[in-house]
Design a protein. Sequence first.
Length: 367
Amino acid sequence: MPRKSVAKFAIDHLQVLDEQGVVDAKLDPKLPDERLLEMYRWMRLARELDERMLKLQRQGRLGTFPPNTGHEAVSIPVAMAMGPKDWFVGAFRETGGRLVRGEPLTSPLYYYNGWEEGNILPDPALRITPISVVIGCQVPHAVGLAFASRYQGEDAAAVCFIGDGGTSEGDFHEGLNFASVWKAPVVCIVQNNQWAISIPRSAQTASQTMAQKAIAFGIPCLQVDGNDALAMWVAINEALEHARSGKGPYLIEAVTYRLMMHTTADDPKKYRGEAEEKCAWEKEPLIRFRAYLAARGLWDDAKDEALIAEVKEQVDQAVRAFEAPVDWAQDTAFDHVYGTDHPHLHEQRAEFLANVRFDGGKEADHG
Ligand SMILES: Cc1ncc(C[n+]2csc(CCOP(=O)(O)OP(=O)(O)O)c2C)c(N)n1
Ligand SMILES: [Mg+2]
């Protein structure tokens, strides 16, 4: 019997704005001017917050954190396209999307200073899951939320984020498999930023693309220029429409670059070349979006300066609020481990409290 081909697959790549900000007129989603300006504003705010957090960390005023610079065009358009009933299931490089979704600017500051209060939402109706550094868990969490949401008759989807390194975790594969057979309304966004701590993509997966991993589960996928906010807008709208219409999950690979260190605890110069970083900075998302706005007659240097001053002031205010004295309990984290009480938790809480330093019942050193 001759061999025959039983299946053929292809991976599409979508880019709407090129590196210079020139738009492909046929693919332009033609967003209204106000929406474009709003998108740029979120990206500037997220960048400003990230840069300030790095300064605070270097000054010993904030704990270790994973910088998000360069990832703005992924989660911001996604969060802007999501509806109020949709679930935002993030990891730790989606600060921009979290802000769009309604998380206060103080939340990442509190959280990365070790205060669990930074992970408590002002309103559970925002439907954002807490920052989770557990690599891969976002996929099964989103599948469960999406399935439950559909079971309860809601017209909603769950959108989760995972990194390129995360696609080598079992949770990613198990989650996608269930999502597909259950036709759960899930959109999985793989932020392919080329690095998993100090491991380059080529050393942690032999797959040519991250998108093709979805094909194994019968899930449609698209590779997108993740530095192109307009391409992300087009892709997420297609994906949400697919998921909500009962067709099951969709996977987007957002190709981007981790411009900064993995976390403030490492130095990328030890494991990657500066030429690579320089090339990535030329492709970063804000430069091209700004050029696109300028070409449309919506933006100029004076407007940019005014916006930067405005977001700086917003971040200043958040930092002032964050550094104001608070009277929080040190063992808050124990309140949120399980929905119901658990004897081990009592023991662990007591042990923790016996070990922390007290100063008249208050934390002696917030640093
Ligand atoms: C289950 C699990 N294993 C290992 C780690 C340690 N760890 C933290 S971040 C990271 C790399 C993640 O790389 P990637 O998924 O590409 O995300 P990125 O940091 O690039 O955004 C690892 C291995 C973890 N947090 N969770
Ligand atoms: Mg990565």
